[in-house]
Design a protein around this ligand. Sequence first.
Ligand SMILES: Nc1ncnc2c1ncn2[C@@H]1O[C@H](COP(=O)(O)OP(=O)(O)O)[C@@H](O)[C@H]1O
Ligand SMILES: [Mg+2]
Length: 281
Amino acid sequence: MKVIETDCLAKIFGNKRVLDNVSMSVENGEILGLLGPSGAGKTTLIKILTGQIKSDGGKARIFDKNCNKLTDEFYSDIGVVMDNSGLYGRLNCYDNLKLFAKIFNVDKSYIDEVLERVELTDAKKTSADKLSKGMKGRLILARAILHKPKLLFLDEPTDGLDPATTERIHKLIFELKENGTTILLTTHDMYEATKLCDNVALLNEGRIIEYGEPLSICRKHNYDNSINILLSDGVEVTLKNIRENSEIIKEYFDNNRVVSIHSSEPNLETVFINLTGRSLV
Ligand SMILES: Nc1ncnc2c1ncn2[C@@H]1O[C@H](COP(=O)(O)OP(=O)(O)O)[C@@H](O)[C@H]1O
Ligand SMILES: [Mg+2]
C-alpha cells in the first residue's frame, strides 16, 4: 500500500487550474519533496492531502482513503507543519505542547523528550511570542510530531530560517525518517531537496514536470556529458566524457596537474530552468 497516492489530481480556483494532472505516490518511510517556486501549487496539494480543501478532479488518497472524505481518526496518524500559526503566544513552550498532548491523548511525560529533540529544553518556560523565528519553527515541528504521526507534511519547513536552525531541522527530519516516518515536504531550495529527499517532484504551475531520485534527474538532464578539470596552472579544461579522452586525463594525473575534476551534470535548479525557462526562487 502506498502511503500517499494521487492520480490526475486537479484543483481549480476561479478559472485557474492550480493543480493539473498531478500523479505521484509516496511509499512507507520515504521522503518525497515537492520542489517548485512560489505559486506552483505546493501548499494547495498539501491542503488537499490533509483534507483541508477538496480537489476538483482525479484522485488523492492517504493510507488508501479518499482525501475528500477523511474522518477524524486519520488526524492522529498525520502531522502537519504549514505556517507559523497555531501557537498560543502567551503560553510557554511546555504549555503549548501540553495542550496538544491533551487533544491527542499523549502522555505528558513525552513532552520533555520532544522538547529535547527539537533542542528547546532551555526555552521550556519561555512564552511562544518571545521565541525567535527559528525557535518558533522548532516548536511548531515539536507540536506536529508530539503524537508520533506515521505521516508528516512539512510545508517549507526551513523557509526564512538561519543556516544553523535549518541544519537542526534537517537532522531531525533524518531522525524521523530513521524511525519510519513517511514525510512529504515542500521547498523551493534545491539543496534541501537534493539532501533530504528520496524522490522529488518538480512542480511548475500546477504540473509535475519531472519526477524521480534527485541525482537520477540531474544525470538524465546531463546533455553536455562532459568533464571539467582544473589544472595546477589555473587552466580549466572541458572534455567530452568519452573513452577517446582517457589518455589526456591520464596524462594530467600522471603529471600531478589535477586540482579538481567534476562531471557536468546540472543541479536541480538548472534542470528546472532548462525545462521551464524560470528559476525556483
Ligand atoms: N484560496 C485560494 N483562492 C484562490 N487562489 C488561490 C487560493 N490558494 C491558492 N491560490 C492560488 O493557487 C496558486 C498556487 O498557490 P500555492 O498552492 O499556495 O502555491 P505554493 O505553495 O507553491 O507557493 C497560486 O496562484 C495562488 O495564488
Ligand atoms: Mg506555499
